[in-house]
Design a protein around this ligand. Sequence first.
Ligand code: PGA
Length: 256
Amino acid sequence: MSHQRKPIIAANWKMFKTVSEARETAVRLKALLDGGPALQSREVLVCPAFTALAAVHEVLSGSGIQVGGQNLHWEDEGAFTGEISAGMLLDCGCRYALLGHSERRQYFFETDETVSRKLRAVLSTPLIPILCVGESLSQRESGRAEEVIQGQLSGALAGVEASGLGGLVVAYEPVWAIGTGMTATPDIADQVHGIIREWLARRCSADMAAATRILYGGSVKPANAGELMSRENIDGALVGGASLDAESFSRIVEFK
Ligand code: PGA
């Protein structure tokens, strides 16, 4: 973590929690973090299921904790049954949107091309995109991690002017570390984040790369958050399992 970049700690609640459960967790989280120092120095956000977005936003409004969507469609509106647009996320109070999460790529056939369309849609709104990239275990074992991540970045950013990417947030989430209890070591994560930052410097500019927050995701817990965040290139965390419980997520937010 560098002092010039404000860390972001994001909760990804995936397909968990009914509206009342989500509201309850948000109330608890707000009580735990309210008035503490963490919300001054860190950006904190929660990405609930679409059904709970409005309720969670209502609970958290004024607390400094933001809300984000887990996915969206690239069109503004239309006959796209089951989909949600960037405007609808904004309407529910969202400030951020996750894009290209590996579960979307793996189970819902998202490609770099569709992720790129979503990124362009988000960039035309006030939403802040959190672009997820990461290699699978077999890709890492065959020495292709770097190539895969760079391919995902160039695919997602295709056709986007560097000048429009000022607010981009990237999340490095190695697929083999998501929900498995296997965290990338801080050394591995920091090294990959460095590669992402160098790629952004070549593609955009050194200033843009130096200002871009790169989050780590994959089995982040209270016990490993501090060590991960101590690394120069790790600017926050995207937390799945350990974010479902307000106490555990608040301890990650308050990492030392
Ligand atoms: P995890 O999930 O923390 O449960 O590994 C992270 C994510 O998928 O965003």
